[in-house]
Design a protein around this ligand. Structure first.
Ligand code: ADP
Ligand code: G3P
Length: 496
């Protein structure tokens, strides 16, 4: 007798800044299939960064269909994870965006944030949202859309427009316009959501002048978000999980216990430490954010946000033409014995944590006649480690835990030079899991919880497997010499 019962699968949609991916996972969280499409960023003015939401949706649909192929019948649930803060406003009756997506990197509202800061409300905002005033977050981007797109504010007040981050916009499209919802981790990046009381905050809505008619409902990370429209995949599929990409990566890396840290190196780099069930505002200008909320219970995290990580490598590739593929950066970095005193601070869109200087811009310092392309590439890779080190001490102090080990993931972790240098600078072991698609894994775990594939988060721990461990080998004096060089370069940038 043949057993033709097919194993259940879980589809994860990972909509990142640089690309859109669909990954099909097995019940034991192995990657069965993966499809990816690169996504274009547009820079219409200095400091402005936009993407086309309709392309985001069409790419999502395309990669999902490719990855599902003949497996549609096996899918138990879909999980969505996404670049966070990116702001979209669309018409409820047509699903059409009224303006391009304003990407998290966009700085057009820096002046509004400066004004809010001067007015003195930051402490109140931090106590409620865990965030601070920076153009990074969605609230001022949404206010800009309402004030600058013809008729937007009046239409929003009449209930004709829907606001969402990318998760919410994709959910709307996947459900054929039936569901306008988000999850707690994405809501928490807007500056409008009170993460202590777990609700949209009327006072914050008033502060940013946002009508509540545009807002999605906010659900747990594992929840019944809705079903896909039958026309898309030939049957309805439950969307059972949703989380911002950095929160999803924390789950994908199984950082379920207080003190566990993951750091994801994609377009940007975001290090999160699980701090348990009690909200604590950062004392070091980091962020507090929900790690996840399940069955109404929130686990919090402290986050250090670095805006430019892989984007610096992309810039060397695309703007300077240093190489054809990002992977070539590793051989170039290793072709020289050291950085030859070159430091590259990639503050292309200002500095994130702990400096929060939207006005700062990048520098390459220490250039001499001996500097070669290889030194600059090496400095760009080394910068990932220096930036992480800038945050780590603060994360450990805020998180009230020492991290024994750091789990890393994201595109840059394919670069072994970067990983070893990170271990050396942090002076801690760095673990790379077998599946570096931790973000998508997190979304799959959340969807699997809702679909009953997994009984609990902890039940998925046994599927986490380490692929590599990088142990620190650099002598202390060398580490300190290099880091002092970085700090000097940073100081010269900050004091400009
Ligand atoms: N071998 C490599 N060395 C250095 N950088 C890399 C390498 N492979 C990928 N990258 C960088 O990683 C980033 C893509 O990572 P990914 O996790 O897919 O990003 P995102 O989720 O932000 O779309 C790109 O910026 C790319 O330049
Ligand atoms: O696209 P990534 O993976 O760099 O992530 C973007 C972040 O979510 C922005 O907050």
């Amino acid at each position: 007798m043949t057993n033709n019962k097919q194993q259940a699968t879980i589809l994860a949609i990972d909509q990142g800044t640089s690309s859109t991916r669909a990954i099909l996972f097995s019940e034991t969280l192995e990657v069965l299939a993966i499809q990816q499409k690169k996504l274009q960023l547009y820079y219409p003015h200095k400091g402005w960064v936009e993407q086309n939401p309709e392309t985001i949706w069409q790419d999502t649909l395309e990669v999902c269909k490719q990855v599902l192929a003949d497996k549609v019948a096996t899918v138990a649930a879909i999980g969505i994870t996404n670049q966070r803060e990116t702001t979209i406003l669309w018409e409820r009756n047509t699903g059409k965006p009224i303006y391009p997506a304003i990407v998290w990197q966009d700085r057009r509202t820096a002046i509004d944030c400066e004004r809010l800061k001067t007015a003195g409300n930051e402490a109140m905002v931090t106590a409620r949202t865990g965030l601070l005033f920076d153009p990074y977050f969605s609230a001022t981007k949404l206010a800009w859309l309402l004030d600058n797109v013809a008729d937007a504010r009046a239409r929003a007040e009449r209930g004709e427009l829907a606001f969402g981050t990318v998760d919410s916009y994709l959910l709307w499209q996947l459900t054929g316009g039936k569901v306008h919802a988000t999850d707690v981790t994405n809501a928490a990046r807007t500056l409008l959501f009170n993460i202590v009381e777990q609700k949209w905050d009327a006072e914050l809505l008033a502060l940013f002048n946002i009508p509540d008619a545009v807002l999605p409902i906010v659900l747990d990370n594992a929840a019944e978000f809705g079903k896909t429209d039958t026309s898309l995949f030939g049957r309805e599929i439950q969307i059972g999980g949703m989380a911002g990409d950095q929160h999803a990566a924390l789950i994908g890396q199984r950082c379920f216990r207080p003190g566990m840290v993951k750091s994801t190196y994609g377009t940007g780099c975001f290090a999160l430490m699980n701090i348990g069930a009690t909200f604590r505002a950062s004392q070091h200008r980091l962020l507090t954010t929900p790690a996840y909320r399940l069955n109404g219970r929130t686990t919090y995290a402290i986050e250090g946000s670095i805006f430019i990580a892989g984007a610096a490598i992309q810039w060397l590739r695309d703007a300077l033409g240093f190489f054809q593929e990002a992977a070539a950066s590793e051989a170039l970095a290793l072709s020289v014995p050291d950085n030859n005193e070159v430091y590259f601070i990639p503050a292309f869109i200002g500095l994130g944590a702990p400096h929060w200087r939207p006005d700062a811009r990048g520098i390459i310092s220490g250039l001499s006649g001996e500097t070669t392309k290889a030194h600059i590439v090496r400095a760009a890779l080394e910068a990932q480690a220096y930036q992480t080190l800038d945050l780590m001490t603060a994360i450990e102090a805020d998180g009230q835990h020492q991290a024994d080990v750091i789990r890393i993931d994201g595109g840059l972790t394919a670069n072994q030079f970067m990983c070893q240098f990170l271990a050396d600078m942090l002076n801690k072991p760095i673990e790379v899991p077998q599946t570096t698609e931790a973000t998508a894994l997190g979304a799959a775990i959340l969807a699997g919880l809702t679909a009953g594939v997994f009984a609990s988060l902890e039940a998925t721990e046994r599927y986490w497997q380490r692929d590599k461990i990088y142990s620190p080998i650099m002598p202390k004096a060398e580490r300190e010499r290099l880091y002092t060089g970085w700090k000097t370069a940073l100081q010269s940038l900050i004091s400009i």
